[in-house]
Ligand binder design. Structure first.
Ligand code: ZN
Length: 349
């Protein structure tokens, strides 16, 4: 990824990293599983200028390195969000989807006004606070060793739950990142409807969920749905044959996210493979076939691709002697043309 730092957005978000110890101290996880001192989390927002290899044409919206747990513990981690990519995703997912799957005008308008802010806050909290938080008990192996094939799903769930828990905390107003709770409510709405149904449009009828992030989202959403069933905290409504998942009590739901976070942190800290396996297999893998068919039926007419790819902008330098005095940027719309151009100008043959 070739990138330019977004100085304004990075400065705005630096308060998250500055307060990372506060978040750890106030997290709903057991005291024994908290880090006494969270070290060296840095966070930047960048604009991607060009991408290749693993990051192209499908691109991540954020990168968090290093992967090795022991380096993170001793030296900390670096996190970047690709701001312009996040914006592009939002603009391309289109109004059709929001119209079709929002339960009411109120929900849709809130998503229009606060959806982008909510998702950016979620990403920042997920990356900076979520992945960096918590510690493993003495003598317990790394999650890859103890939780094996379930470790990535559980790690993503843990980071999402940290984000969901804190996005509705008064702290977000105190440190000036959100003026009110609307973006948090909007994020809860979209997380639940995505985890319960929307994301299913990415897989084929009859398939199980395989991808770690998708497993994590369904795990979190459907665990919370079941947890609050008696009190109708999340309500499944069917109107004119269309299913909606509507959040009735945001504070209670936030409490459930805290509970599940505590449990998943315990699983990671203790290396409790069996509990981890049970959570993922019970809530994250199997697909409700009727709901899946409904999502495919309702999203088909919107004609939106379930995955997106990006064409790179192209830059031509204007030279004056040996120095570049200007750069002309164009935005080609033709992916195949760009690949053929790269092949003829940049191939190694
Ligand atoms: Zn993550």
């Amino acid at each position: 990824v070739v990138q330019v730092k977004d100085f304004d957005a990075s400065a705005r978000m630096s308060v998250v990293a500055e307060n990372v110890q506060w978040f750890e101290d106030n997290s709903p996880i057991d005291y024994d599983h908290k880090k006494e001192s969270v070290v060296g989390v840095s966070y930047k927002i960048v604009a991607a200028v060009g991408e290749s290899g693993d990051s192209s044409p499908a691109t991540p919206i954020g990168v968090n390195l290093p992967n090795a747990n022991w380096i993170r513990v001793e030296h900390g981690s670096k996190s970047v969000s690709l701001g312009n990519i996040e914006d592009a995703y939002h603009q391309s997912s289109g109004e059709g989807m929001a119209k079709e799957f929002s339960f009411s005008t109120m929900h849709r308008e809130r998503a229009d006004n606060y959806g982008v802010l909510g998702s950016k806050m979620h990403t920042a909290l997920h990356e900076v606070v979520g992945h960096a938080s918590g510690k493993i008990n003495p003598g317990i192996g790394t999650p890859k060793e103890t939780l094996k094939n379930y470790s990535s799903t559980l790690e993503e769930a843990r980071a999402d739950l940290v984000a969901l828990y804190f996005i509705l905390d008064d702290k977000m107003q105190e440190i000036g990142l959100m003026q009110n709770k609307e973006a948090g409510y909007s994020e809860f709405d979209s997380y639940i409807s995505n985890g319960m149904m929307l994301q299913l449009r990415r897989i084929l009828p009859g398939d199980d969920i395989e991808e770690d992030h998708m497993r994590n989202r369904q795990l979190v959403a459907s665990w919370a749905f079941e947890r609050g069933a008696k009190e109708n905290v999340i309500e499944r409504k069917v109107i004119d044959g269309k299913t909606y998942f509507v959040v009735n009590d945001y504070d209670k739901l936030r409490g459930y996210f805290g509970e599940l976070l505590n449990e998943i942190q315990r699983i990671k800290s203790e290396g409790d493979f069996e509990s981890g396996r049970l959570l993922v297999e019970t809530y994250g893998v199997k697909v409700d076939q009727d709901l899946h068919a409904e999502v495919l039926r309702r999203s088909a007419p919107l004609n939106l691709a379930p995955y997106s790819g990006f064409v790179n902008p192209e830059m031509i330098a204007t030279m004056e002697g040996d120095s570049i005095i200007d750069v002309e940027i164009t935005y080609p719309m033709d992916f195949l043309g760009q690949m053929l151009r790269y092949g003829s100008t940049s191939s190694f043959e």
